[in-house]
Design a protein around this ligand. Sequence first.
Ligand SMILES: Cc1ncc(COP(=O)(O)O)c(C=O)c1O
Length: 395
Amino acid sequence: MPPDWNDETRLIRAGTASKPLVRTVGPPIQKGSTVLLPDAASLYDDENHLTYGRQGLAAQFALQAALAELEHARGVTLYPSGLAALSGAVLAVLQAGDEVLVTDAVYKPSRRFCDHMLKRFGVAVRYFDPRQSPQDLIASASAATRLIVMESPGSLSFEMQDMARVAQLARARQILTLADNTWGAGYLYRPLDHGIDLSIQALTKYVGGHSDVFMGSAAANDPKLVRALEDGVTHLGWAVTGEDAYQVLRGLRTLPTRLTRQGESGLAVAAWLREQPGVGQVLHPALPGCPDHDLWARDYSGACGLFSFTLTPGPQRAVNAFLDALKLFGLGFSWGGFESLAIACDPQFATRKFKRDYGGPMIRLHIGLETPADLIADLRQALGVYAARCGGAGA
Ligand SMILES: Cc1ncc(COP(=O)(O)O)c(C=O)c1O
């Protein structure tokens, strides 16, 4: 440091001398809004130079590259939550006057975005029955339909859609397709390999894997769509921190191991539940005999730990008593972490257009990394409480 610099100046510059970083297993977590450019010509040359920290730094780029491997994608953009990934991808490809067809089984906050924001910006939103055939769905598209938003299995009720067939038919009519693939986590199912144009997921769930970070991603292969996603992120000013990117990347390393274990445990618990007298039906596409199992078996390489089941009919206070009796399962909405969770589903069905009678109160379970026998013991005693509150064994 030049000896004639004053103390203030010395402190501003102290410790900033850049030395090459030693190599660690993970990427460095860089913190910076300012990016220092090498020369004046580079200041406005943002085709060749990163000019601003909001565009992402080392950890964000490392995560994007890893997610591109996961999704078999040409490009992946990051968002501060899974919901922001859905809204970001939709905003990137739609404009006023367009129509979007959205599965009625979509994650409820995604529906709120469509109803409360998209419509205000002149985009028509139409919900379709997730049980509708791909042919009927495409036949229902209008000249203004630009995008079909799918989620398979659907939130809470777990209907599978033949997304590959929808994508194939949609493409012939120049309609884009988007899959919210949070259940498949980019590992059990890769939407882009099945011809779907945009694959989004809440990294908050299985990829993060520890219930302590929010993030979302959107992936595409078509260069024009990758560019549209990137422009959308730039124009809307979305950014994720290096710390969060690092944490999600750390989760990604163990994604296959956790998914395998949680998928197996989920199937064991689901199979046990199906035999219990207080249980109506189990909605788990990977369990043989459950609705849409064939479609799951055709396209998926495994299952995660999320599924639903119905209790035999009983009053709400008995459903609450069942949930309150659970000791190992936490009561909470997010999922994809290492811990088991339960929620009641029925209050969320009120906004659905296509109402269904599932035959009894529905419970969604997320199966974590606990020993399945312990989870089953917990469910057994809670089903006993439910039966007692309903006033008879199993009813
Ligand atoms: C299917 C699905 N998509 C998106 C999201 C939104 O993710 P985030 O909570 O990160 O916004 C969720 C959250 O539960 C979800 O279940």
